[in-house]
Design a protein around this ligand. Structure first.
Ligand SMILES: Cc1cc2nc3c(=O)[nH]c(=O)nc-3n(C[C@H](O)[C@H](O)[C@H](O)COP(=O)(O)OP(=O)(O)OC[C@H]3O[C@@H](n4cnc5c(N)ncnc54)[C@H](O)[C@@H]3O)c2cc1C
Length: 457
């Protein structure tokens, strides 16, 4: 049945090609393999049709074609979602990778981002004018996908989550309507897009509030061996009292010799060379490399960059209310349990600005969390799939006693049950999201995501 649909879609693709301004990629096309590739090499799916759209009309045409040929739909921005939601077998991909324009208005301090832009596109354009919005830490991640799931990065402490800086968006709904989220459109839709993911339509434009930022004091601090245990505890204590000018993320991992390492990625945005808290991090015992220096923000944004589509990923985590000594010891035991690099545990601090935001302004929950703690299983050898997936699952079970009850939707793997998605928002916000889903996508066409099912008809 599926292959029959693929054949029918192939046969009808000539008509689709004539109807869109962008391009249509089919299985026989040379561009097919690179167009279906996503960041996570664990995901290897073969869509029937990929429509690389150039505007809202193309998106509406793609939805129409999918409906008439009974093809399931996936939406692709930067292709980073660890669950691989941007690609599917025997269906249609609405690919936004050709819609990457960024328009910056320095006078209103608003940037407009195309629906398929990446953070490198965004930061490069806004930094030309000394402006910024808090985004993700890897350049090839999609602006829209990251924003709609929340958005944690180097500037979270200073300016909040990415979705807190989303001022409006233009979406095409599965029935082809163009709708606007925000004060000059549907405010409830803007609330939903701040955390509720790609459930309501395909965004062709997003608008962000900008803030001035010229440079940072950032880079890496690496601690290794016996000092890691203390360094992790001191990191927690320092971050708890850190000013919002000091963003801090940390990764616990093993080096090539399987020695535990803690890598802290500070990002100081205040005046001068740093704060006393940054000084404290730079003088902890166990420090083996201090690569902290003055950087442009675009340089800071490249610290984490990894090769696209090379490694296999399976991520899972919890927002935790605190990071007591008992939990830091659990994290050290769990990182040792991987037994080999790569992979590790990501610890993202949520101090500062995320706590200031009116909770009613966004669907996203868990602002009260101290940290987002995620098991990031990352490997290359397919024969290790079961081992790494089991490691991530066991790690998350070990963290669970300190969980606020839910995890971060942007890092969810494909096997997360509906309950975990619901828990990411809390029951009330989840029901409100479902009502909105019923208005914008009653048929749940957009279900290849951390899905919010519409109310039963
Ligand atoms: C290497 C790496 C680094 C990351 N770094 C961070 C980080 O620093 N901070 C953070 O918070 N998260 C981070 N993430 C997680 C990331 O935010 C999410 O996985 C997000 O979904 C990726 O968006 P994308 O557009 O790149 O992905 P895609 O896989 O292309 O899209 C994911 C989903 O987003 C939705 N979507 C994408 N574009 C649109 C659109 N235009 N309109 C409507 N829906 C859309 C769709 O539902 C789609 O299925 C990272 C992920 C990876 C793999």
């Amino acid at each position: 049945m599926t292959e029959a649909r693929v054949a029918l879609a192939d046969a009808a693709a000539g008509e689709l090609r004539r109807s869109v301004a962008g391009d249509v990629v089919l299985r026989a096309d040379p561009a097919y393999d690179s167009a279906r590739r996503c960041f996570n090499a664990l995901v290897d799916r073969r869509p029937a049709v990929i429509v690389r759209c150039l505007g809202p009309e193309d998106v509406a045409t793609a939805f129409d074609f999918a409906r008439s040929h009974e093809l399931e739909v996936a939406v692709r921005g930067g292709g980073h979602n660890p669950a691989g939601h941007c690609v599917l077998d025997a269906g249609l991909v609405i690919d936004l990778s050709r819609m990457r324009e960024i328009e910056v208005d320095a006078s209103t301090r608003i940037a407009r981002s195309g629906g398929g832009a990446t953070w490198l596109d965004f930061d490069s354009a806004t930094q030309e004018l000394g402006l910024v919005t808090p985004g993700g830490v890897v350049g090839s991640t999609g602006v829209a996908g990251l924003t709609f799931g929340g958005g944690i990065g180097h500037l979270t402490a200073l300016h909040g989550l990415t979705c807190d800086n989303l001022a409006g968006a233009e979406l095409v709904t599965p029935d082809g309507r163009v709708v606007r989220a925000g004060p000059d459109g549907d405010d409830e839709l803007l609330w939903a897009l701040r955390g509720g993911g790609g459930n309501f339509g395909v965004a062709t434009w997003l608008e962000f509030r900008l803030h001035p930022l010229e440079r940072v004091v950032g880079g890496r601090l690496t601690y290794a061996g016996a000092g890691v245990r203390d360094a992790l505890r001191r990191f927690r204590d320092v971050v708890a009292r850190a000013p919002r000018e000091l963003g801090c993320q940390a990764v616990l991992a093993l080096d090539e010799t399987t020695t535990p390492v803690l890598v802290i990625f500070p990002c100081f945005t205040g005046a001068g060379a740093g704060s006393p808290e940054l000084g404290a991090l730079r003088s902890l015992p166990g420090l083996v490399e201090d690569a902290v220096r003055e950087l442009s923000f675009v340089e800071q944004q490249s610290l984490f960059d990894d090769a696209y589509g090379v490694e296999r990923h399976y991520w899972k985590g919890h927002f935790v209310r605190e990071l007591p000594d008992e939990l830091t010891d659990v994290l050290l035991e769990r990182v040792a349990a991987i037994g080999r690099p790569p992979g590790g545990i990501l610890i993202e601090s949520l101090h500062g600005a995320p706590k200031d935001v009116d909770r009613e302004s966004a669907a996203l929950g868990y602002r009260e969390a101290a940290f987002n703690v995620s098991a990031m299983a990352t490997w290359r050898d397919a024969s290790l799939d079961d081992l790494y997936v089991a490691w991530a699952r066991e790690t998350v079970t070990a963290i669970e006693p300190w969980s606020l009850g839910g995890g971060y939707a942007n890092y969810m793997s494909p096997d997360e049950p509906l309950e975990r998605v619901r828990a990411a928002f809390g029951p009330e916000a989840f029901e409100r999201l479902r009502m909105l889903k019923g208005r914008y996508d009653p048929g749940n066409v957009l279900r290849r995501n951390q899905n919010i099912p519409p109310p039963a008809a």
